[in-house]
Design a protein around this ligand. Structure first.
Ligand code: NAD
Ligand code: ZN
Length: 353
């Protein structure tokens, strides 16, 4: 779990005092990975407390992080500085959270990041790392994974060293998120709740967090009584609780299939989950019904026909990626999932998207 958290509007301004005691020495910088959407945004960047050799590296979130990108960033840091950084700080959405987590792990572990995709393969603790989310929903700020696209698969580095040492939850940072993106990333949280609460892995720990996040999502996306600030505060807490819920259970059908879309077509996590979830009535009837209401209320038009022109080989690739995520299917369907979930079933679903 994340060991330290601060929450509150404006709490981002505490970054300096939080980091100060963590500085190893003058030669060991703090490296900030900042979403490049904030380039030139003085409101945010003027509060980043740079000293000595500290550096801001702007990272684009246009594409999800790749293992090759992580390896390159790590190499650059090792070449540029005499000492290992005092800390890595990620400021942005799920993409930037994952970059910060992965780089901090790889600075202290040999080899390439693709070698660590999987469960509990990391040997050494990561460099001190801090997460500052600027958009809510993925739960990447709280999870024990960092999702990377590698040469062979899209899979997380899941380990006890992955979670942040410190998270700053300042809902004010999310105030300029574009509407569609707000919906897609917010729905990632909603889907986490549905998949966790309807999964066979469910337990009292996950259920408690999942139910809290689910109720918050209903309030945020279906009610009319919240102010913008209240909605930002609540979505940030929903994201946290949704992330905690899946940390002790698992996601399900939407995530497995969305990973396939992401791997083959580069469809991003949030919108990919929405595209898939829209067609999952058979698996999550109640959840999909509410999702469609939310979509309508916020006037969201999802892309259609994204699989229309795919060749058989491409379907096979997507289906292969989806089916390889065995724990997700076992959670969603049960131990005998292979009897129900066949390549044909998945192809028919993908063809609808
Ligand atoms: P994102 O990082 O992909 O960003 C989405 C868009 O929002 C980008 O264009 C970004 O520039 C913009 N943005 C972010 N904050 C903004 C702000 N305050 N104002 C204006 N624009 C802003 O968004 P996401 O949906 O949070 O993250 C998706 C990524 O998270 C995927 O790579 C996915 O694999 C990963 N993910 C990780 C976990 C995990 O547990 N590690 C869980 C779910 C998803
Ligand atoms: Zn997700």
């Amino acid at each position: 779990m994340v060991s330290k958290i601060v929450f509150g509007r404006g709490s981002f301004s505490q970054l300096g005092e939080i980091l100060e005691p963590k500085r190893v020495n003058r030669n060991a910088p703090f490296i900030y990975f900042v979403d490049d959407v904030f380039k030139g945004n003085a409101w945010l960047t003027s509060r980043i407390p740079l000293a000595y050799d500290d550096k801001i590296i702007y990272v684009s979130a246009a594409e999800e992080p790749k293992t090759s990108q992580i390896d390159q960033l790590v190499e650059q840091i090792i070449l540029d500085y005499k000492e290992r950084p005092s800390g890595i700080i990620g400021i942005g959405g799920g993409c930037i959270m994952d970059v910060a987590k992965a780089v901090s792990i790889m600075l202290n572990n040999d080899g390439e990041s693709k070698d660590y995709q999987g469960w509990d393969l990391v040997k050494n603790p990561a460099v001190y790392h801090v997460g500052v989310p600027t958009i809510s929903g993925t739960g990447a700020e709280v999870s024990r994974t960092t999702i990377l696209t590698g040469p062979e698969r899209k899979l997380g580095i899941n380990s006890d060293f992955t979670p942040f040492d410190q998270v700053i939850l300042d809902p004010e940072l999310t105030k300029d998120v574009p509407k569609d993106q707000w919906f897609y990333t917010g729905m990632d949280c909603y889907v986490h709740c549905i998949e966790s609460l309807n999964g066979t892995y469910l337990n009292a720990f996950s259920k408690t967090y999942g139910e809290t996040a689910y109720e918050l999502c209903k309030e945020i996306f279906l009610s009319d009584h919240l102010t913008a600030e209240e909605a930002q505060d609540k979505l940030m807490m929903a994201s946290w609780h949704g992330g905690m819920s899946i940390a002790y259970s698992q996601v399900g059908v939407a995530h497995a299939m969305s990973y396939g879309l992401g791997y083959l077509l580069g469809v991003k996590h949030g919108i990919g989950n929405c595209i898939v979830f829209d067609h999952l009535e058979e698996y999550y009837p109640e959840g999909v019904k509410l999702f469609k209401q939310m979509k309508e209320k916020h006037n969201i038009q999802l892309p259609q026909g994204i699989c229309a022109n795919l060749k058989d080989k491409e379907f096979d690739t997507m289906i292969g990626v989806a089916l390889s995520l065995e724990p997700l299917w076992e959670n969603a369907i049960g131990k005998n999932w292979k009897k129900k979930i066949t390549p044909e079933v998945l192809k028919a679903l993908y063809q609808k998207m």
